[in-house]
Design a protein around this ligand. Structure first.
Ligand SMILES: C[S@@+](CC[C@H](N)C(=O)[O-])C[C@H]1O[C@@H](n2cnc3c(N)ncnc32)[C@H](O)[C@@H]1O
Length: 283
């Protein structure tokens, strides 16, 4: 099941390997506190390996998009049909301006969000300091929007799912025995000078990375299994997801990063899939 959105760092291609790291179905609640496009959730839900789920993300406009898909999908499809198609290039900045005026909840918002995601540069989501979406127009021969069937399928999978705005620590007080948590934060940069994709106004620096590793350790003590993705760099192995503190490395996939500015730079980079918490396969 592919997500509606293209999302930087989206995990469609790795969803199956990430799911394997949970070692079986989720008996408690499934949490995904860096939801993005929801690729891993959608994969697991479509396969019936989760029942209750809570998805959250610090990008509130993204979560409002998901809520509209869950609650008002037909209105969203209708609102998308009213947005430019053939003349999308001439009208890109008009739609972007309308999006930045709001409202940032409901079907109109969701329609513009999906449209800009496909018409904007490489599916990036970036805002300026004032919270204005400022991604330039993409250079596509034609605008390709997802089919209504895709919206309906995702809406169906989101039914009864809690979709919340907020930082990853929002879920901390709720975690308990049998829960599964998939954490896909903005990655540690590959080099000291590299900047990573800005999804939100607040940067996700080393302190946030450490807090997340601590949250994972805490969740494991409560009987939850946590799976985390990040770049395969020394900071991740030696300081964040450390074996001595109970983390296991369960996968080292190489994925072609699709977010680089030019195609020549889109080479494969190493990632890690780490896990902590009970390993037992459910019977
Ligand atoms: C790598 S992406 C997640 C991609 C997702 N797994 C997918 O398949 O689409 C990271 C996400 O973390 C969110 N984010 C950034 N800082 C955050 C924070 N402090 N707390 C929660 N989410 C945050 C971003 O908005 C972004 O959607």
């Amino acid at each position: 099941m592919k997500p509606i959105l293209k999302w930087a760092g989206g995990k469609s291609r790795l969803a199956s390997r990430i799911c394997d790291a949970f070692n079986g179905p989720c008996e408690g609640t499934y949490y995904e506190p860096f939801a993005g496009s929801g690729a891993v959730f959608l994969h697991r839900k479509a396969r019936g390996t989760i029942k209750r789920a809570v998805l959250s993300d610090a990008n509130g406009k993204l979560m409002a998009f998901h809520r509209a898909i869950r609650d008002q999908v037909d209105d969203v499809i209708q609102a998308i049909a009213e947005l430019p198609r053939e003349d999308w290039r001439e009208r890109y900045y008009e739609v972007r301006e309308a999006y930045n005026k709001g409202p940032w909840e409901g079907p109109e918002h969701a329609a513009r969000f999906a449209w800009l995601n496909r018409a904007g540069y490489n599916g990036l989501y970036r805002e300026n300091r004032l919270g204005g979406y400022n991604v330039p127009m993409g250079s596509y021969a034609r605008l390709t929007l997802p089919e209504p069937a895709c919206f309906w399928q995702v809406s169906h999978l989101f039914r009864d799912v809690e979709l919340l705005d907020g930082g990853f620590d929002l879920i901390l007080p709720r975690i308990g025995q049998g829960d599964h948590i998939y954490c896909d934060p903005p990655y540690v940069p590959l080099t000291a000078t590299a900047n990573f994709t800005a999804y939100c106004k607040e940067p996700f620096g080393p302190e946030q990375q450490r807090k997340l590793a601590e949250m994972a350790e805490h969740a494991a003590t409560k009987g939850a299994r946590v799976v985390l993705s990040n770049h395969d760099v020394p900071l991740v192995h030696d300081e964040l997801y450390v074996r001595a503190r109970g983390f296991e490395m369960v996968g080292q996939p190489s994925v072609a990063r699709a977010i680089s500015r030019n195609a020549a730079e889109r080479k494969a980079v190493g990632e890690v899939i780490a896990a902590i918490g009970p390993r037992k396969r459910a019977a």
